[in-house]
Design a protein around this ligand. Structure first.
Ligand SMILES: Cc1cc2nc3c(=O)[nH]c(=O)nc-3n(C[C@H](O)[C@H](O)[C@H](O)COP(=O)(O)OP(=O)(O)OC[C@H]3O[C@@H](n4cnc5c(N)ncnc54)[C@H](O)[C@@H]3O)c2cc1C
Length: 447
């Protein structure tokens, strides 16, 4: 290998093992931090020769820890962070290694060329992990998901390295856009098409005391009801303010991907809700906004992350009450309720069968996120989020975003992939009939 190998007795092992969710205590026998595709091929060959179980890791943000394997080998692509932009191409593209995150990509494509693919909020999520399961961010409603921007990928499959795109291995290319982390191979390079994004946008955050919760929820519901202006991307958040030591608060944050004056008009219904705790919508750059969002993310916590897509007609007063009541009883001040994956707009315009991503019909996704520090606090925080999820279930479609993997889902194939699951199994049988790539929620070979 050109890269590094850490066994459990090497000093670099622990930093390479720890995930965003520190509740995951899985201990692999070794972690192969790959420097390029040849290292991935070597690590995979070694694992197969030695009959070692293996897992694929990039940014380590999978909520259920599917990127680690107990006593096995982790093929870690997080250090594969190459970037080559082609801003003059038709369309303009960027080709990147799987490990690089969106802020580092934006720093080149947006700052130097005024171009961006719709990356997510978190700077340490890898572009590959994000894209292979979906990819929602502030530009998604305007331009589509991360995976809708993927035009080619290099994949280390069980039978060798292939280029997948609309022409070469189109069935594999279809499958990895939605189920790319679920047992088809290791994606070693990704090419995205890019969109022009203005240098200045209206972006920001506005927060109110939780006593304004119903008013803000209603304004949010009304804003996205039959709204075909896909430039307005607002998320909604119940958290403490200042986080995590303050009072319960409800916030909206996001951007308007168009002229600043039009953005001000689009936000009018929220301006009308008086006495905000905090108000910081202002013209700024897409990169600065992304960096501010990333700076808010706390590391080193344990978590249990549940949720689901909302039935559009059930985003109503009863659901608002349930969410406000549960939030008021959260055992940890770190915990939050987030509407952080905004659908509609360009997400809904892509035909259902175009990719393996099955969740194009919903506008809102609710993330119920329990976050805490001490092991002694685990039972009550887990119990809180489980009860919350159960009580909210009637308002949800039953679909769950595969990138917010929930190991407690009984029927995850239906929740993640819906009607696409049988076709994913066909592709799996063609590219990995011996089920070399497998984990607790990978596509099954057998019917
Ligand atoms: C704080 C936080 C913020 C987030 N924000 C957003 C957001 O704004 N928008 C959004 O859509 N999602 C978001 N997510 C979800 C995130 O996109 C997923 O968890 C994503 O899968 C993480 O990728 P990773 O590489 O960091 O994690 P990992 O745990 O390393 O990988 C995730 C899964 O993908 C597989 N995988 C990773 N790389 C490859 C590869 N190269 N080839 C094949 N399989 C691979 C792994 O085996 C694993 O199953 C967020 C998650 C967190 C924890």
């Amino acid at each position: 290998m050109r890269g590094q190998l850490f066994t459990a007795f090497d000093p670099g092992y622990e930093p390479a093992r720890v995930l965003f969710n520190t509740r995951i205590r899985t201990r692999p026998a070794a972690i192969a931090r790959c420097a390029g595709t040849a290292d991935v091929v070597a690590a995979l060959g070694f694992a197969r020769d030695q009959r070692l179980p293996f897992a694929v890791k990039a940014g380590g943000h999978n909520a259920s820890g599917l990127c680690l394997v107990q006593d096995g080998l982790v093929i870690d692509v997080g250090a594969m962070r190459s970037l080559k932009a082609d801003p003059a191409g038709d369309p303009p593209t960027v080709t990147v290694g799987p490990g690089i995150g969106w802020r580092d990509i934006d720093r080149v494509t947006y700052l130097e060329h005024g171009l961006a693919a719709p990356g997510g909020e978190c700077p340490t999520v890898s572009n590959a992990g994000y894209t292979l399961g979906g990819g929602y961010g502030p530009l998604t409603r305007r331009f589509g998901l991360g995976l809708d921007h993927l035009v080619a990928a290099e994949v280390v499959t069980a039978n060798g390295v292939v280029q997948a795109n609309d022409v070469e291995h189109p069935d594999l290319f279809w499958a990895i856009r939605g189920a790319g982390g679920a047992g088809f191979g290791v994606v070693a390079e990704l090419t995205y098409r890019l969109n022009p994004v203005p240098g200045t946008l209206l972006t920001g955050l506005r927060a109110w005391p939780i006593t304004k919760g119903r008013e803000v929820f209603r304004a949010y519901r009304d804003l996205y009801h039959d709204n075909d202006d896909d430039r307005l991307a607002l998320c909604l958040l119940l958290s403490t303010d200042p986080y995590p030591d303050g009072e319960p608060a409800i916030s909206i944050y996001g951007l308007y991907a168009g002229p600043v004056d039009d953005g001000e008009k689009a936000l009018a219904s929220f301006r009308a809700i008086e006495n905000p705790l905090y108000d910081a919508f202002e013209p700024t750059s897409y990169l600065d906004f992304g960096q501010a969002l990333g700076a808010e993310i706390p590391y080193g916590l344990q978590s249990k992350w549940r949720g689901g897509y909302f039935r559009n007609e059930a985003f109503d007063e009863a659901a608002f009450d349930t969410m406000l009541e549960y939030f008021a009883t959260a055992p940890s001040p770190f915990s939050m309720v987030r509407f952080d994956l905004l659908g509609g707009g360009a997400v809904g315009r892509v035909p259902f069968d175009a990719t393996a991503f099955a969740h194009r019909g919903s506008t809102h996704y609710v993330s119920l996120i329990s976050l805490w520090q001490e092991d002694a606090d685990t039972p009550e925080n887990v119990d809180w989020v489980d009860r919350f999820c159960e009580d909210l279930r009637p308002a949800l479609t039953g679909e769950v975003y595969q990138n917010y993997a929930d190991k407690d889902l009984a029927d995850w194939p239906t929740a993640y992939y819906g009607a696409h699951y049988p076709r994913l199994q066909e592709v799996k049988r063609r590219y990995d009939p011996d089920n070399v790539f497998r984990h607790g929620q990978s596509i099954a070979v057998d019917r």
